[in-house]
Write a protein that binds this ligand. Sequence first.
Ligand code: PSU
Ligand code: MN
Length: 305
Amino acid sequence: MKEINIKYSQAVKEALEKGLPVLALESTIIAHGMPYPENVATAIRVEEIAREHGAVPATIAIIGGQLCAGLEKKEIERLGKAGYKVPKVSRRDIPFVMASGGMGATTVASTMIIAAMAGIPVFATGGIGGVHRGAEKTMDVSADLEELARTNVAVVSAGAKSILDLKLTLEYLETKGVPVVGFGTDEFPAFYTRKSGLGVDYRIDDVAYLAKALHLKWSAGIEGGVLVANPIPEAVGMEFEQVEEAIQIAIQDADRLDYEGKRLTPYLLGRIKELTDGKSLEANMQLVFNNVKLGAQLAVAYSKL
Ligand code: PSU
Ligand code: MN
């Protein structure tokens, strides 16, 4: 366990010292991914779910310029309340937000970096960033994909939203050698829906088997992450057509209003919520809970190896 540069919560520190399962969680989903107060309620419930399934939650963020693994409830509350005022921190931003001495909300990419530094191999979130639609012109490709290519952390997500070009996202991951595992599915899930029409590299139904594959990859020195795609539960999944229609409108609006760069994803998420009368937010919360459960189970299985 490296102590350099990271401030651990007491629970996370103890668990890492004892080799007990820890699950990393991101904070952009809190500050930018959902509105207040649902974001704070979700983040706190997520931590409980991790514990219920045997893993110590390590929500990752920058607080007071420090890289943190494990937050206090009041820190989660502050992050959630400040929302968009908190800078979104990807790989490039980490040193600058540290130097500012303020707060930063970590994306999948920066959460992976900090989790790896802290010695936490499993991380659960909602959805990852990817190749945006129209990327052939805009070159908007999330730094999350590059991070998956280089950092040894397994990321449990519900796939990626179809605000992205999912086919190109999977091509990119293939080129970078990032395995895409469908947990209990042959189809790559598209966040709000279980369907995308696209496949995965490996369908795995058993957490112990997945933990073993992760262990073998990293023991062999094969660098990089693994994307574990866990479909939204059937009962709360949305109709593909409804989601697709909302996404089309949101993308057109974003284009008209000139949203781009790091502001694009949060704008699209908020607009889709409006267009689906809040249904997308409820689905979003449920799929995060489902991913955290699997992430905790995976952390437990991995810690036994
Ligand atoms: N996708 C979602 N919800 C999110 C994000 C992505 O469905 O909250 C956040 C994650 O933190 C992800 C980041 O790492 O957006 C990707 O942003 P960008 O496309 O700017 O790299
Ligand atoms: Mn981007």
